[in-house]
Each structure stands twice: as C-alpha cells, then as structure tokens.
Design a protein around this ligand. Sequence first.
Ligand SMILES: [Zn+2]
Ligand SMILES: [Zn+2]
Length: 249
Amino acid sequence: MASVVELSARYANFLVHPLAPGVGVCQICRGPARPGYSTCRRCHEAGDVLGVGVADVVVPISLALKNGQYANELWRYKNTHGPQRAHFLMGLAAVMWRFLAAHEPCIAAHCAVPGFDTVTTVPSTSGRAEHPLRAMAATVVGATRDRYRELLSATPAAAALGRTTSADRYVSTAVWGKNVLLIDDTWTTGNHAQSAAAALRAAGAHRVAVVVLGRHLNPAYGDTTEHIDRAQLRRFSWEVCPLRNGAHS
Ligand SMILES: [Zn+2]
Ligand SMILES: [Zn+2]
C-alpha cells in the first residue's frame, strides 16, 4: 500500500500556502480583508454573532482556488462515486494526515493546551447518507481515527438559517473540558465551521481548533486576484508552519 508521503506528494505541485495575517489578510481565515481591517467581513460577523463561541484558531492547510485542481478534488471526493471517489478521498486523507503529523503540535501550542483529546468533523449539509469527510477522519487518517467522535448534528432550525452563522445550527454531545480538533473540508464563508465551533463550546469544550483542507477563494473577485497572486509567489512545502514563522526542521 502507498504511504502517506507517496500519496500526498503530488499535492505539493498545486497546494498554496495561505498568506500570513497582516495588511489585507484576515487574521482568522486568511482570506482577503479590506485595508484597515484585521478580519474579513464574514469573520467579523461571526465574531459579532457568536462572541466567545468562535474557534480559538482556524488553520487552512491550503488555498483552494475556484476551478483549480485542489478545489476540484475537494468537490470530487464528495460528488463522484466508486474508484474515482476513493482515489480523491485517499489523496486528501494523506494531505490531512501529513499536515497534522507535522503541525498539530504547533496548533496545540498556539491554543496553550498539551494536545487535542477529541477530533470531530463539521456535519455534511447535503443530507447524503455517506459522509466522506467523516470517513476520512474516523477511519482513514491515522493521526485522527483513534480520537474521533461523532459529536455534532444539525438542528431542526439549521435548514432555515441559509448562509448565516448561528449558534443554533448544530448541537453537540457534551464534551466537558475537552480540547477539540474540528475538521472541515472547505472553508468558503466559515459559517458552518464557526457555527459548529460554537456548538462544541456550548457543549463544554475548552479549546476548539478548526483545521480545513481548503480555504476556497474565487480568483474572479476583484481584490482576490491580487491576494492569490501574492500567495502563489511562495512554493508549497509540508514543513512550512501555518502558525510559526518559517519552517521547522
Ligand atoms: Zn476571515
Ligand atoms: Zn508547525
């Protein structure tokens, strides 16, 4: 069987490190922020609505550019079937595994906890019976499967919420005092992941860190083009730390 390093190798050709927080970069989701603002509009709204319910940290592994290879795979692993789905699911699982093996300790340190005792996923919204993301974290990824718990479910109110962030979107099983690694595949507005973080917190979680496979961006949106061009100047490397400056040895 192919190793995690082998399965993830090809991704280094097209993964894109998110820009570090700073001028024009949202300090939460790493998307574009207007000059003079530390967060994008969506993250600002989430903070307004959820207050202390928002995640302690959001860590996108890579940008996922609309119509690009990575965004494509993030779509295909959910929306194709049979061998094609399995191929992309294994590839993305290897990305998740390799990234967490290198950087989960940095995420824990950032949250000032020794580690995350619990791993869970943002529930699928499509209502489909299979949950490829859950399968990935609960059974495929060796770095998460032993800690995986299915905690979150959509509330009856969720359907009517549309694209808004809300503490009423999900409900979680009690997780008193646990430090939770919350995994999602794609971050577009962040409303699902932040709503899920708020539900975990309401259920007693101490720290909640969100790791997303892809921070979705549409290069066709005005100032997003420049943001992406800037990010693409840096070559992808598995050792580049999303939370510390530079790489680790
Ligand atoms: Zn943001
Ligand atoms: Zn690191």
